[in-house]
Ligand binder design. Structure first.
Ligand SMILES: [Fe+2]
Length: 257
C-alpha cells in the first residue's frame, strides 16, 4: 500500500516559505525512495496570497519538481489559495484548477483511486465566496458538494478501499471567524466510514496546530498538519503515514526540513 506524506499550509510567497517547501521536496526525494511508493497530500494554503501569480508559479514549479522525481502529489485549496486569506474571489476557483490540475473540468469532491486507497479531496472554500460571506477565514463545503460526497462513498470502487479525506479547514474545533461552518453535516456523512482525515488551517495557535484528533467521529487517524514550512515560526508537521499499520503510533513526523 502507498505511504502518505501529509503537508499543509506551505504559504509559498511568505518570507522564505518557498525555499522551505523546495527543501522539503528535495529532502523527501533523497530520503523517501522509491518515489512510486509515496503519495504527497497537501491540504491547502499552498501560497500565501493568490493575488500574486509569481507565488503560484513558484509553488506549481516545486510541485512539478516532486512529480518529476516520481511522486504523486494531491492538492486542495485553502483560503489563501482563493485570495489573500481573509478576502476571497470566485475567479480563483478556476485559476486554481488551471494552475494545479491543468484542467478546469475538475470537480469536488476530487476522487483519485491509487492502488488500495481512495483519496477524496474537498474544497472547503466552495461556499465561502459569496459577497456576504467571503470575508474572514471560515470554510463551508456546501450542500451540493456534501451530497456528491455521500454518493461517492457508496460507490463500490470507493467502498471497498481505504478512504482518505483531505481538506483545508479544521473540521473539529470552533475558532471565531475560522471554523468549518458545516462541520456537523460533514460528520453525519463520514462518521465511522473513513480511515483518515487530513487537514490544516490552524497553525498560529501551537495547541491546535500540534493536536492529534485520532478517534474523533470514529475515524482512526485525524491529523492537523499545521504549517509544514513553519510560517512565522508556527507549529507544523511533515508526517509519513502507512495505513497498512493499524496503529497510528507507528506514523511519524518526517522532519524533512
Ligand atoms: Fe494557513
Amino acid at each position: 500500500m502507498k505511504k502518505i506524506i501529509h503537508l499543509s499550509d506551505l504559504h509559498v510567497g511568505h518570507e522564505n516559505c518557498g525555499d522551505k517547501f523546495r527543501a522539503i521536496i528535495e529532502n523527501i526525494a533523497f530520503l523517501k525512495q522509491p518515489a512510486k511508493d509515496y503519495v504527497i497530500v497537501i491540504t491547502g494554503d499552498i501560497v500565501d496570497n493568490a493575488n500574486h501569480q509569481e507565488y503560484i508559479d513558484e509553488a506549481v514549479g516545486i510541485i512539478e519538481l516532486a512529480r518529476e522525481y516520481g511522486y504523486t502529489v494531491l492538492v486542495v485549496p485553502g483560503n489563501h489559495d482563493y485570495g489573500n486569506g481573509a478576502i476571497g474571489d470566485k475567479k480563483f476557483v478556476d485559476l486554481f484548477k488551471k494552475n494545479y490540475f491543468k484542467s478546469n473540468k475538475v470537480t469536488y469532491p476530487k476522487l483519485d483511486i491509487i492502488g488500495r486507497i481512495a483519496f477524496i479531496g474537498l474544497d472547503s472554500m466552495a461556499e465561502e465566496l459569496h459577497w456576504h460571506d467571503r470575508f474572514f477565514s471560515e470554510g463551508e463545503l456546501g450542500q451540493a458538494q456534501l451530497k456528491r460526497l455521500k454518493k461517492m462513498l457508496k460507490k463500490s470502487e470507493v467502498a471497498k478501499r481505504r478512504k482518505v479525506i483531505y481538506l483545508h479547514h479544521h473540521p473539529f474545533d470552533f475558532k471565531l471567524g475560522m471554523q468549518l461552518k458545516d462541520n456537523k453535516d460533514l460528520k453525519d456523512i463520514i462518521e465511522n466510514r473513513i480511515d483518515m482525515l487530513l487537514f490544516g488551517h490552524y497553525h498560529a495557535d501551537p495547541v491546535s496546530a500540534g493536536k492529534i484528533y485520532h478517534g474523533a467521529w470514529g475515524i482512526r487517524r485525524c491529523y492537523n498538519g499545521g504549517s509544514s514550512t513553519h510560517k512565522n515560526g508556527d507549529t507544523g508537521f511533515q508526517r509519513v503515514i502507512n495505513l497498512a499499520n493499524k496503529d497510528p503510533r507507528k506514523d511519524y513526523d518526517g522532519n524533512f526540513i
